[in-house]
Design a protein around this ligand. Structure first.
Ligand code: FAD
Length: 487
């Protein structure tokens, strides 16, 4: 069989491997780390288990599809449940909004807590669905670019109808116009962070993102997020994918504008096809430095990164759910700090994820595993030790203020993740969570396509088309492998 080599065992690398076996390729994955998953990995601290990276699971059918293309029943490999509660939102003035998945309950909650008419919210959620449905086929589910013309005719047609899709206003402008309460505006502005962007700059078309949660639903695997990875790994191994761990790829070998293989510490490994799951900027810089890198891609502003604290907490908090947000009082200031000043504001929004609310084995009885996340800029040489200590203190103060507790005295286990660790552990440029940001109106077009000018070299992962986050990574694997002929 023809040989395919995949660089990186991130979720898109593994998904691509599964799909390539179905195209008749013999597939090997080379991974720098001693483990698979890249950003989607797990962490054990004493008696507490944490999902180290992603915590929000949407569009689960995209994972199921990997099993289905291989003729397997996904339910033989992993399971998940739909969440009835999307998120608990806490505001500094004491307001708490429970975002129910059920629209009727949500409407009642908003009407009673904010004392407003819910019609604008209903219309907003409908509009979110309309944008999602109109853009998914042209933007998310196929290659935006043609080999010949870079941008396809189909896309140009979509662009010309963009006024309706709010491409010419920012997310925040649309939200402010559409929603009748500043607390709802903030709640829906937050969805810009789902791809590491700034709602005050990102185009209004991204207001399709809330539809993922409010329309289609938020899900959670029975054993936590790492179960997604475990299940995909099991399938890949059954299909004969060969994993080479602790084996960093140093260069991609190219002859006459065509790939011939890769080089690692153990030597040259030949292949007819190479798919890079390594960050696209790093692929150009590190692995093919002699090839001309597309400037648009290389100059794109990175998405935000994150500071994460993993805390084993010796208490349980019934007022918290699986997903919780403690909002900043000045959202604009928070995003200015991240994207204009490359720092963190004095009152950042704090996200608390507690998987042990569902997966009871993740924490001892009466305790909880807290994953605390604050959005921060990508690494541009800031003093991360200093910023981390500052943010840790701000998180403690905010949590104490809002939950009326003394959280520091309850921390039994602790670790952290910062942009430096993210870039060291996953080779992502600047530790960005989602590749490039979508702060520019045309950012979607500047993402690198899933193919390249070098014959036999393809890309899948969060830094290329259509974008970051597990669902889009899985779509990138589908689009990339659909472009590849059968072996
Ligand atoms: P990555 O996970 O980036 O992995 C790339 C792999 O390639 C790594 O294992 C790396 O070691 C390997 N590699 C790189 N270079 C080489 C080389 N030269 N040789 C060999 N191997 C190499 N997404 C969501 O959907 N929901 C969320 O809630 C969410 N929250 C997040 C929170 C955090 C803290 C982080 C970090 C990310 C979050 N994301 C979330 C984003 C999501 O995790 C990523 O978009 C996705 O996991 C990226 O997958 P990927 O396939 O691009 O590869």
């Amino acid at each position: 069989a023809k040989k395919a080599i995949i660089i990186g065992a991130g979720i898109a690398g593994i998904a691509s491997a599964i799909r390539l076996t179905q195209k008749g390729y013999s597939v090997s994955i080379f991974e720098s780390n001693g483990y698979a998953g890249g950003k989607l990995t797990t962490l054990q601290l004493g008696n507490y288990r944490f999902d180290a990276g992603p915590s929000l699971f949407t569009l689960p059918h995209l994972v199921d599809e990997l099993f289905e293309v291989a003729g397997k029943d996904p339910r033989d490999y992993f399971n998940y449940q739909q969440l009835e509660m999307l998120c608990h939102y806490f505001y500094e003035d004491g307001t708490v909004l429970h975002a129910f998945a059920d629209q009727e309950k949500l409407i009642k909650e908003v009407e009673s807590k904010l004392n407003i008419d819910s019609k604008p919210l209903k219309e907003y959620l409908n509009h979110s669905e309309i944008i999602f449905e109109r853009t998914r086929h042209s933007f998310l589910e196929k290659s935006l670019h043609k080999f010949s013309s870079y941008i396809s005719l189909d896309i140009l047609k979509t662009v010309t109808s963009m006024r309706k899709l709010n491409l010419f206003e920012t997310m925040h402008e649309v939200n402010e116009k559409s929603l009748n309460h500043p607390k709802l505006v903030q709640l829906f502005d937050r969805f810009a962070t789902y791809n590491g962007s700034n709602p005050y700059k990102a185009p209004g078309v991204l207001n399709s993102i809330p539809h993922l949660e409010f329309g289609i639903g938020s899900f959670f695997p029975t054993e936590g997020m790492h179960e997604i990875l475990k299940a995909c790994m099991k399938l890949a191994q059954e299909l004969g994918v060969e994993f080479h761990f602790n084996e960093e790829v140093k260069t991609i070998q190219i002859k006459n504008r065509k790939v011939t293989g890769i080089e690692t510490e153990t030597g040259i490994h030949t292949a007819e096809l190479i798919l890079s799951n390594c960050d696209v900027k790093q692929t150009y810089k590190q692995l093919i430095p002699n090839q001309k890198a597309p400037e648009k891609t290389m100059n794109q502003e990175p998405s935000s990164s994150a500071l994460i604290f993993y805390w084993g907490i010796q208490k349980s908090f019934p007022e918290l759910d699986v997903h919780n947000i403690l909002f900043s009082d000045d959202y604009k200031k928070e995003f200015n700090a991240i994207f204009d000043d490359s720092t963190v504001s004095d009152d950042p929004t704090v996200y608390i994820h507690i998987s042990s609310k569902i997966v009871s084995e993740d924490a001892p009885i009466g305790s909880e595993n807290w994953f605390i996340m604050v959005n921060v800029p990508s690494n541009q040489g800031q003093d991360w030790e200093k910023l981390r200590l500052k943010v840790r203190q701000l998180c403690i103060e905010k949590i104490n203020r809002i939950l009326k507790t003394d959280i520091e005295s309850l921390i039994e286990e602790e670790d952290y993740l910062d942009p430096i660790r993210i870039s060291e552990r996953t080779n992502s440029f600047g530790g960005a969570l989602y590749g490039a940001s979508s702060n520019e109106r045309m950012a979607a077009f500047f993402r690198h396509p899933n193919f390249s000018k070098v014959k036999g070299l393809y890309f899948a992962g969060g830094s290329v088309h259509p974008g970051g986050g597990i669902p889009l990574c899985l779509l990138s694997a589908k689009i990339a492998t659909d472009l590849i002929p059968n072996a």
